[in-house]
Design a protein around this ligand. Structure first.
Ligand SMILES: O=P(O)(O)OC[C@H]1O[C@H](OP(=O)(O)OP(=O)(O)O)[C@H](O)[C@@H]1O
Ligand SMILES: O=C(O)c1cc(=O)[nH]c(=O)[nH]1
Length: 186
């Protein structure tokens, strides 16, 4: 089975939760994809690592990361998948003690070629937060990869915030939950 097919299958089996939930945006939904339940298992993590490492090579990224915690597993998986990159986590808030860094990991250099990763994109707000933090520190965004896109308008916001850097969803909600109640295309 391909890495992509394995990832979709693992998300279906382990991550899809049917029931009413409140999302990060405050909106209510009738299902949730707890991607961490799938990508923090051997099969999902290995498949994810292969796929993220592929895009890191394709876009000549020198660093892979994004907003914690959504980016944590994908960034580590890229390293495990053999990508020759530094991994980094963007804090939701700067740390008030220690080195007071917002972007944690090996120090990045001006103009560093960053691949932004995320586990789930809904509105895209969390991913945009990572893009803006990375740019504010003087690094470049060369692409964005999410494990799953809920097809709720996030892709457009991410493309806008990243000046049209390439964006890839490794899986979409239509592949993981084809019968979702809010699907409008049949
Ligand atoms: O596209 P958005 O509308 O921003 O929603 C997606 C975000 O929601 C989840 O994070 P959450 O805020 O639950 O935090 P966590 O990853 O730290 O658990 C997920 O990991 C994404 O980062
Ligand atoms: O929008 C969100 O907060 C969200 C939706 C989802 O399906 N999974 C997730 O981790 N976050």
């Amino acid at each position: 089975m391909s890495a992509k097919d394995t990832l979709v299958e693992e998300l279906r089996r382990h991550a899809l939760i049917i029931g009413e939930v409140t999302l990060t945006s405050g909106a209510t939904a009738q299902y949730y994809v707890d991607a961490k339940r799938a990508i923090l298992r051997p099969a999902g993590f290995t498949a994810l690592g292969e796929l993220v490492a592929h895009y890191a090579r394709q876009w000549e990224a020198t660093a892979v990361g994004g907003l914690t915690m959504g980016a944590d597993a994908p960034a580590c998986a890229a390293l495990a998948g053999g990508a020759d990159v530094k991994a980094f986590f963007v804090r939701k808030e700067s740390k008030a003690h220690g080195l007071q860094r917002k972007v944690e990991g090996p120090p990045l250099q001006p103009g560093e070629r960053c691949l932004i990763v995320e586990d789930v994109v809904t509105t895209g707000g969390s991913t945009v937060q990572a893009i803006e933090a990375v740019r504010a520190e003087g690094y470049d965004v060369v692409g964005v990869v999410t494990v799953l896109d809920r097809l709720a308008g996030g892709a457009e916001k991410i493309k806008l915030a990243s000046d049209d850097a390439p964006y890839e969803a490794l899986a979409t909600i239509d592949e993981v939950y084809p019968d979702r109640p809010d699907r409008t295309d049949g």
